[in-house]
Design a protein around this ligand. Sequence first.
Ligand code: ARG
Ligand code: ZN
Length: 853
Amino acid sequence: QVTRLADYRPPAWTVPAIALDFDLDDKATRVTSRLTVERGEGGPLVLDGEGLRLISLSVDGKPLGDGDYSYADDKLTITLNGDSHIVESVVEISPIANTQLMGLYASEGMLCTQCEAEGFRRITFFPDRPDVLSRFTVKMTADKARYPVLLSNGNRVAAGEGKDGRHWAEWEDPFPKPCYLFALVAGDLSALKDEFVTASGRKVELGIWVREADVPRCRHAMDALKSSMRWDEQVYGREYDLDLFNIVAVSDFNFGAMENKGLNIFNSKYILADADTATDLDFDNVAAVVAHEYFHNWTGNRITCRDWFQLSLKEGLTVYRDQEFSADHGSRAVKRIEDVRMLRAVQFQEDSGPLAHPVRPESYMEISNFYTATIYNKGAEVIRMLATLLGADRYRAGCDLYFDRHDGQAVTIEDWVKAHEDANGLDLTQFRRWYAQAGTPRVAVSSRYDAASKSLEIDLAQSTPPTPGQDSKAPFHIPLDVALFGRDSGARLGDPRLIELKDSSATIRLDDVAEPPVLSINRGFSAPIAIDAPQTREELAHLSAHDDDPFARYEALQRLALLTLTDAIRRGDEVADPALVDAVAATLDSGLDPAFIGEAVLLPSEAFIGDQMPTVDPDAIHGVREATRRTLGSQLNDRWWSAYRANRDNRYELNPEAKGRRRLKNVALGYLVADADPKAVSTTFEQFGDADNMTDRLAALGLLTSLEVGEREAALAAFHARYKNDPLVLDKWFATQALSTHPDALDQVIALSRHADFSRTNPNRFRALIGSFGANQPRFHAADGGGYAFLANEVLAVDGLNSQSAARMVQPLTRWRRFGADRAALMRAELERILATPGLSKDVYEVVSKGLA
Ligand code: ARG
Ligand code: ZN
């Protein structure tokens, strides 16, 4: 049951056209499909089909009998003699019974689809692989009262009334596409409508379809859509290509959103936003996901993947594009900080664990398990490095050639790299290793300054730890952005420069270095690696005060904090280093952008601290980090209060400046509460009650939820009462409690798993409680294993309903090797218990068996 890249063969049959006819009903939908098939590589016609009730089959109008085909193990096999045939099938499926949310399913009374990666086979028989491109025509008939709106890809070409209160619509997509981009929606929906005129003058009708009451919450998404369309024209020269662009928001959705041609389907979490219900982060995420899905129109749809091993071809590239879009529409530095934080928190962990895989994997059991931070976020970093190495003009030339050459095709990552080589006359042979080798490279850095010759020698050595199936690694081509700052003057010495490390080790000599320097390296996180540099606290404090790259400044302060924290953990005491307190104070006094300060003064997360240690000790990490937060809170009490007050009394606005002020204000409040300043607790409770926006209200609720104070219960009850009818906000109520460091968090979470509002069939709700709890390092890793047992029970409870949810939630248990013997044994025991459970999904089986191996 393993699929391998090496086994790729072109399709035996192609399907230039498919006509679908849906007789929609939530209990039993009848799907008639007419495929035009043409001989490709040859052999029998094998179509995928999963859980379909076959009603009839015919070839060229002649019904097939039992002996003319076989349908077993999710494959329909028909032997065909000629080179071109019409294959017709009628099947029945049940949307309401579809809890996997793959294929055609029901969500709050509407019907919708999700086909990537392999959901189309749950709708009808088809070669469900991305290199079979077809022209789709879709007719659907449904009850008019229940489903007044009928949407699919492309353009609506006809519509009419049927009998018995039914009506129909016919849609046609002029662009051939793989079946994973097919979409259909039927429901009682209203649209926020708008219009966009492309650079060459095409008028595009835009619609965001939601329940009527939610229409006013779609404005932000619509504005983001229009700026994405403009940005792609300006930055990549890519225009939209249909007269219609529709988005539908649904409440039950396995992931963020889906880029179906002309009909994106979204998790409502990434569409609906207003000040009362969405945080600043939510607004940013809405814009980023809208942009991401829109950008897929060129990077994913016009040019798609040959096979699923090439997934990063579209996902890594599209993430890179949405990251740059966001950077261009807000603070570039803060965006970079957020992206790197996420990469380190999720992708670095993946890369150092049993599920590590290259950006282009070589095998999988279940492709759904490979929609990972490695494919998406490391994939984006690889493209960022390519853009850095080439420079803006050559990168654009490479992209232009890629679009010219491959428009309308299903291609490989190799084709992408080749386009950049050919456009620029380059050899990227070594660079390709970023796609093939897993693991996070480490680069050891040391330097010597020679005062007599005014030169600096930098020694660099790279190494990458082994990962499953890859014992030894060849050196990577690593772009390192470096700059020097005068130890005495604090001024930058010369221009920043890009060092390209290609060998396993190298010595770089820099001349004309006027004074003893402090080295700033991997600025802007120019490569997704870990740096081992024996920098002193003084040097780090110096960079945190003087570096002119905000990311590097942030990084210096983070590393200083990390040194302080890991030292204290090793020593077994909890005293914070005065150098850290001074550096945080200096950053607060720096007069820089509040958004930046708010990020820079946060301590590294407990998970990130754990990653730096040979064995993760969750209790020690939590103890020391909290103690350090207390120290910073009390020693800088005045500064936090002034940061709080200076940024408090502004009327709610949604712009980068206002968002930054809210951020810093709430970070400051967090430090004051950490120090148990009684005035801070009452201020937090007031802010919770008085806030005119969700960012401030939720920040206050989050702080109160971790405390053992009376205000905690009052705030949680008030929040629930106020938002009980808003599922997206209720998710925050669950997540806040699941992430709380309250000593009784585990019991509280167990109680919440029995709450009437908890749900295992709604992925957002399930993830809000169970996913958040799995990320709550100190409480999930409770020494008695109670957190592990709870998580395992939930995984088993959800697996039969939604195996993708289950496979995602089980992942924290696979990191058992990183913990001490007692915890490791408890975690393993839960994995073994899961593995021994009969009827496990392929999804969970893959994750758990790899996790134990
Ligand atoms: N292509 C979608 C996106 O990133 C995500 C689809 C996820 N599919 C899955 N099986 N996990 O925009
Ligand atoms: Zn994507």
